[in-house]
Design a protein around this ligand. Structure first.
Ligand code: HEM
Length: 273
């Protein structure tokens, strides 16, 4: 793991030896730990049932609208969605490991194409599940996750275009933003758990319509995006004080993510395996 650092910072990479680089590496490792747990859950819970056609097994876990008897199209969309969810979650981590990019550029290119394809499929399929199949508990939540889908589609296009044009500093910026918003669904679960641990669930409503639910409906993509933006700016043209400030922020984020990921594994995922 010593090879994971923050050198994906555009233009002026944060060196591993400075605080920004160290904090970014710590934050990335926390994200990697949490996303590997999410990937493990998807592989163990959704893959066997989806690949064997035993779609009814999805409903052993609380879902808004998982398997619905007679809804062949909707069930197939759901199956493709959860199968691609593991691909994007694991694939995003692989893209951010500098050793893989440097030693095996072909892996980075092909995994990058797969990542962009899965991002587009999850965003478009997720929009259909939300609005076409009618899978939502309240309108604010549906609008919030739809905004995330639009951000994923826009950033995926910009990351692809800049890579094709060989504008690599720009490509890294769009790829980091894409990673932030493509991880929103996972951030939301981790955010709920971290908040639950800290406050005992204050502001969470029965129908996910409490103040915290409404905040997280948009914060699941906009908060990681804002932190990513600060990190990009601190890395390229930040003053020493700004770099230290962002380093402290990333360290706090890393701790919150570790706590939230442990909570998600214990409360949301492992009970159903
Ligand atoms: C891009 C990354 C995404 C990942 C990794 C992902 C992952 C998942 C997973 C694992 C589930 C199963 C529910 C669970 O067990 O918690 C799910 C369900 C669902 N997803 Fe996504 N998703 C993503 C993007 C989206 C987007 C952008 C939307 C909406 C625009 C969306 C809409 C939905 C809906 C409506 C369901 C069904 C929820 C239910 O019935 O309870 N997803 N997703």
């Amino acid at each position: 793991m010593a090879t994971i650092d923050a050198s994906f910072t555009p233009a002026r990479p944060a060196r591993r030896t400075d605080w920004l680089g160290r904090a970014a590496a710590f934050c990335f490792l926390s994200i990697a730990a949490g996303q590997l747990l999410f990937t493990a859950f998807i592989l163990l819970f959704y893959y066997p049932s989806s690949l064997s056609g035993d779609f009814a097994a999805w409903n052993s876990k609380p879902l808004i609208k998982g398997f619905v008897a007679g809804d062949t199209g909707g069930n197939l969309f759901f199956a493709v969605h959860v199968l691609m969810a593991a691909v994007i979650t694991f694939g995003g981590l692989v893209q951010l490991v500098p050793a893989i990019r440097n030693r095996w550029p072909a892996v980075h290119r092909w995994n990058g194409r797969l990542y962009l394809l899965s991002a587009a499929m999850l965003a478009l399929g997720g929009l259909w599940l939300t609005w076409g199949r009618g899978t939502w508990m309240n309108l604010t939540g549906a609008v919030g996750i739809s905004l995330d889908a639009l951000l994923i589609l826009a950033f995926a296009m910009l990351a692809f275009r800049s890579a094709r044009a060989r504008r690599f500093a720009e490509h890294r910026r769009w790829a980091l933003r894409l990673f932030a918003v493509a991880s929103a669904v996972w951030f939301m679960r981790v955010g709920y758990m971290a908040w639950g641990i800290a406050t005992g669930g204050a502001g969470i409503g029965q129908a996910m319509d409490g103040p915290f639910d409404l905040f997280l409906a948009f914060a699941n993509s906009l908060l990681p995006l804002a932190v990513t933006e600060l990190y990009i700016r601190a890395g390229t043209r930040g003053t020493p004080a700004a770099r230290k400030g962002v380093a402290a922020l990333l360290a706090v984020c890393g701790v919150v993510i570790l706590a939230g990921s442990a909570g998600a594994w214990m409360m949301m995922w492992s009970p159903y395996l």
